[in-house]
Design a protein around this ligand. Structure first.
Ligand code: PEP
Ligand code: MN
Length: 359
């Protein structure tokens, strides 16, 4: 994908602020939509979102009011000047969104996992200049996310952006959907010209961490936000726990701290250069040490092969884990980090030994 022109739509919507897309999870009634929108009127909020068709996990829950809501959104646009964004999940939704001249269309996380659905939508909107925002698929699969973007690119759509809404896990932890920042950063590294928008509402699943996730995204140079906002969140027909009031949304925006894109102060640049050289040096040493460690692991692999002993020795592995956790704690390295690093090192040793045993 040649992604140079991808962010031109963003510049047309906003030059001064990060993009802010906000509005209710679902359009429920005309009054709820208009009340929410009127209370959000602020030059820092450029786009009003509302779900019209809702992909629900189980049947029987509220599935959106459908086409009926589209004229309500038209009223929002006329009365507040905000652009409008809705989710589309099939060709029929796409046709209706075009008919009602919706400005931005997003592909939900449950749709971007499905290449057939994505292709069907891409074919249905071929030739439009609408902006298409593609949410990450619910499972942590970078290629699937990129693949969905490519399907739109292939039919000639260049006004593209992506939304990072987190990834579902078997056992939810502190987030409803794990951010897995690394996946979004990998996307940004491969396609730096495709605007990346954070959806802290679906990552958090609750209102109290929306600010923190939003600030983190700003610090990582994301270009915009999508934040679920409802005139009366506790009474919302979907995602009640994670929606904020328009007033609280404005408070969150006030508190967000914009960072400069890069350093300009010469003294800071000098210091930075010094620390970065040290880091580069240490990275080289780390690689040296890792390579030496692997050589010993391979020697052990040769003995295991000779004596026909299994590669995995759980007691030994447990001993290593306990030792490095204790040492790591003293050095103020988090348990999570130590676990991650040593699991990766152990995995590499196992793979190297396995190769020897197979010979
Ligand atoms: C939504 O934005 O309301 C929504 C359904 O999001 P997701 O596709 O991220 O679950
Ligand atoms: Mn929602």
């Amino acid at each position: 994908m040649k992604t140079k022109k991808f962010n031109s739509w963003l510049k047309q919507i906003t030059t001064e602020y990060p993009l802010m897309i906000a509005g209710p999870c679902s359009a429920e009634t005309e009054e709820q939509v208009l009340e929410t929108a009127k209370n959000m009127k602020d030059k820092r909020i450029q786009v009003f979102r509302a779900g019209v068709w809702k992909p629900r996990t189980r049947p029987g829950s509220f599935e959106g009011v459908g086409e009926k809501a589209l004229p309500w959104l038209k009223r929002v646009k006329e009365e507040t000047g905000m652009k409008i964004a809705i989710e589309i999940a099939n060709a029929q939704h796409a046709a209706l969104a075009l008919k009602y001249d919706i400005d931005l269309l997003w592909i939900g996380a449950r749709t971007s996992v499905n290449p057939f659905a994505v292709q069907e939508i891409a074919d249905a909107i071929k030739g439009t200049h609408k902006t298409i925002l593609i949410k990450n698929p619910i499972n942590p699969d970078l290629s699937l996310w990129i693949g969905a973007v490519e399907r739109f690119y292939q039919v000639g759509i260049e006004n593209l952006g992506v939304i990072h809404r987190g990834f579902s896990t078997f056992r939810p932890g502190s987030y409803r959907n794990e951010p897995n920042w690394q996946i979004a950063l990998d996307f940004k590294r491969q396609y730096p010209d495709i605007p990346m928008i954070i959806d802290p509402s679906h990552i958090c699943g609750r209102r109290d961490c929306i600010y923190d996730i939003s600030q983190m995204a700003l610090d990582l140079q994301y270009q915009g936000f999508m934040i679920e906002t409802h005139i009366n969140p506790n009474e919302a027909w979907s995602d009640a726990k994670q929606q904020v009031t328009p007033k609280n949304l404005l408070r969150i925006i006030d508190r967000l701290c914009l960072r400069k894109q890069s350093f300009i102060d010469p003294e800071a640049i000098d210091k930075l250069e010094f620390y970065r050289q040290n880091i580069n040096q240490l990275d080289e040493e780390l690689l040296e040490i890792l390579s030496e460690r692997m050589k010993y692991a391979q020697e052990i692999g040769r003995i295991k092969q000779e004596k026909n002993v299994a590669v995995l020795q759980t007691a030994r592995w447990e001993q290593i884990v306990q030792k490095v956790l204790t040492l790591g704690r003293k050095k103020e390295l988090s348990e999570k980090f130590i676990h991650r690093i040593f699991k990766a090192i152990h995995q590499e040793s196992i793979e190297k030994q396995e190769k020897i045993l197979k010979k």
